[in-house]
Design a protein around this ligand. Structure first.
Ligand SMILES: NC(=O)c1ccc[n+]([C@@H]2O[C@H](COP(=O)([O-])OP(=O)(O)OC[C@H]3O[C@@H](n4cnc5c(N)ncnc54)[C@H](OP(=O)(O)O)[C@@H]3O)[C@@H](O)[C@H]2O)c1
Length: 325
């Protein structure tokens, strides 16, 4: 685990926390978690304004509790005018927005050779245009947390997800851009979540990235924010781009002929002799970032027997071959 637990009062001083993709699965889990940590006002933005079915009951329960105050808006974040209007309207009715959580996103997986613009726009729009519009619309506000929900696919790649990887990689880079300009920024490269969310709905089985328990995922997220507040545990970067994922390194590295030197640190000893590169490091995984757990050789080949597992890591991905979120 990353470090200290986030205090229950962490967000008490925040005005409003705005969540894009706030009616999506992770968005609703995040809303519940923010409420548990002191948020009193939540603005949940979704494209259609309708909740994902796997969290509709949770949203209803949260909305019917006395706190926090929740407003729901339909807003396509890839549309500049819609975002600007939404911020203006929320600014008139709610306390100032001090937390922006950008969790809007969609998957549309295809092998690179069959990617066309119709597969790019819906995936890039919310993450690239949406990030830029949120950045602009919140520029004059005293935003204390600007957090983007990226993916481990951006960190390690994933067959069939070139569009999704690019969209998330933009947010990772944009976090660095904001930081360089003195603005808060975190981009969380999530591994796939279990039970709820786009990966769970797609039946992702977790050969390369074992699924994250939602409760533990949010605990790790809290510890990340805690480190972003300045209490940096065990060398984890305080802000910027952080991976919160379980990685089966034996599988991930066992299937590539050469990995960047940093990743070679994670290569299980049993695979090292097979590695073609002279750049193999023998540094143990425990010395690498604590934000990415090493599920290591012990898990290799012992899971994922379902149909989705057969698709996982296939170099030739069908249009429905969702492998990681
Ligand atoms: N679930 C995972 O395991 C996982 C892992 C890594 C990263 N992530 C990232 O975490 C975020 C949330 O994922 P999730 O599993 O909660 O997905 P989800 O359940 O499918 O929810 C995504 C939400 O984003 C909204 N959205 C899509 N395009 C939008 C747009 N242009 N403007 C406004 N809202 C838009 C959708 O609204 P409509 O339904 O109305 O279109 C939906 O409510 C995504 O960005 C995803 O890439 C998820």
């Amino acid at each position: 685990m990353l470090g200290e637990k986030l205090p229950d009062s962490y967000f008490e001083s925040y005005g409003t926390c705005l969540i894009t993709g706030g009616l999506g699965s992770l968005g609703v889990c995040l809303a519940r978690w923010l409420a548990d940590h002191g948020v009193k006002n939540l603005a949940l933005l979704g494209r259609s304004g309708k909740p994902q079915s796997d969290v509709a009951g949770d949203l209803e329960a949260l909305s019917s509790s006395s706190s926090p105050c929740i407003v729901i808006r339909a807003c396509d974040v890839s549309c500049e005018e819609a975002v600007r209007n939404c911020f203006e309207e929320l600014g008139r009715t709610l306390p100032i927005t001090s937390g922006v959580f950008h969790a809007a996103g969609v998957l549309d997986d295809h092998a690179v050779r069959s990617l066309s613009s119709e597969h790019l726009k819906p995936v890039l729009g919310p993450k690239i245009d949406g990030t830029l519009h949120l950045h602009a619309a919140s520029a004059a506000l005293d935003v204390q947390t600007f957090c983007m929900f990226s993916s481990v696919a951006s960190m390690l790649g994933n067959p069939g997800q070139a569009n999704y990887c690019a969209a998330n990689a933009f947010m990772d880079s944009f976090a660095q851009y904001r930081l360089a300009n003195g603005r808060p920024a975190l981009s969380i490269q999530w591994g796939p979540w279990a039970e709820v969310g786009m990966a769970a709905r797609a039946g992702f089985s977790g050969v390369r990235f074992p699924l994250l328990d939602p409760k533990l995922a949010l605990e790790a997220f809290g510890a990340t924010l805690q480190s972003a507040a300045g209490k940096v545990p065990q060398g984890v970067a305080a802000r910027g781009v952080i991976g919160l994922a379980r990685v089966n390194w034996a599988v991930v590295l066992g299937r590539v002929s050469a990995a960047p030197p940093l990743l070679e640190c994670f290569r299980p000893t049993s695979l090292q002799s097979a590695a073609p590169s002279a750049s193999i490091s023998t540094c143990p995984a425990s010395k690498a970032t604590a934000a990415v757990s090493n599920d290591g050789a012990a898990r290799s080949g012992d899971e994922d027997t379902g149909a989705a597992a057969a698709q996982d890591d296939s170099p030739d991905v069908s249009s429905s071959g969702v492998q990681s979120a």
